[in-house]
Design a protein around this ligand. Structure first.
Ligand code: ADP
Length: 165
């Protein structure tokens, strides 16, 4: 029996954007199983809790049978090993992403040579898009409909309406 090819797509996903969704859909067709992993990082002061982020991603990509959503803390390579994933998936938007992503991939490879990182280039429609830019627009009451999966839009609006009241 051939070994299952498992990919791990780690990130903050605070919140999941159309850019993330695009990467998940494309990566899910490359692997037998894709695990989307939300990093528990208390330092980042997130808008959504880790559980909320996991549920939001499940809601957006729940139709893809080989995608699983989990949360993790610590190093991505250690989590990858623990779930049997040999490949980390990351998205590349612009040159500005490249330097950091290359450094991370090389560091991960030194720590764990059996695990490789692959990069999917962003769909050009989402090249400008990040969770932080969406949060910034939302915080000023701007239109976020073009950036987020439709299920996520009311949840982001609700967070900021609560903040104001
Ligand atoms: P992190 O804090 O790990 O960068 P993010 O949630 O911001 O977490 O991003 C997770 C991954 O998704 C990263 O590899 C990032 O480059 C990629 N990504 C983010 N936005 C987009 C987008 N619009 N198109 C393609 N990839 C993206």
């Amino acid at each position: 029996m051939s070994e299952e090819r498992i990919g791990l797509y780690p990130g903050s996903f605070d919140p999941i954007t159309l850019g993330h969704e695009d990467i998940i859909r494309r990566a899910s067709s490359i692997f037998d199983r894709l695990i989307v992993a939300v990093l528990i990082n208390n330092a980042k002061n997130p808008l959504f809790s880790v559980d909320e982020r996991v549920r939001m991603i499940q809601c957006v990509v729940g139709d893809i049978p080989n995608v699983e959503v989990r949360s993790f803390s610590g190093l991505s390579v250690e989590f990858a090993k623990s779930v049997g994933a040999r490949v980390l998936v990351r998205g590349l938007r612009a040159v500005s992403d490249f330097e950091y992503e290359l450094q991370m991939a090389q560091t991960n490879n030194i720590m764990c040579p059996k695990i490789d990182t692959i990069f999917l280039t962003t769909n050009i429609r989402y090249a400008y898009l990040s969770s932080s830019i969406v949060k910034e627009v939302a915080s000023y009451g701007g239109k976020i409909e073009d950036f987020l999966p439709e299920q996520i839009i009311p949840l982001v609006k609700e967070k900021y309406s609560k903040e104001k009241s």
